[in-house]
Design a protein around this ligand. Structure first.
Ligand code: TYC
Length: 102
């Protein structure tokens, strides 16, 4: 190709620069008021955990103050955070869900 002679880089030789998308941890924060059963329900509903796993994560957050619910691409993480916070607010619980880059 004329272009190749000019640039010195052929279409055939160029390596495709594929990059993995940035990943985000979705975090659950402890508080003094949200019932444990409600937190377990949230983890089962929005993070597809079974009862045992949900209880384990809930107790981790309860004792340590914060815990990871899952790791997702930006849009999925943003959606999880919105869904959990909207659901908690609709039930008058102060439960807080946030995200940070992994
Ligand atoms: N600390 C709450 C209680 O004692 C339970 C709780 C656990 C709240 C995890 C929020 O993310 C949380 N009822």
């Amino acid at each position: 190709f004329d272009d190749e002679r000019d640039s010195g880089v052929s279409v055939e030789e160029a390596k495709p620069k594929l990059r993995r998308p940035p990943m985000f941890k979705v975090l659950l924060l402890n508080d003094d008021y949200t019932p444990m059963d409600f937190v377990v329900q949230v983890l089962e509903t929005f993070f597809a955990m079974n009862r045992e796993k949900a209880t384990q994560i809930m107790l981790h957050v309860h004792t340590r103050g914060v815990g990871v619910c899952g790791v997702f691409t930006r849009e999925i993480a943003e959606t999880k955070v919105m869904q959990v916070n909207d659901f908690s607010r609709s039930h008058q619980h102060p439960l807080m869900c946030t995200m940070e880059e992994a």
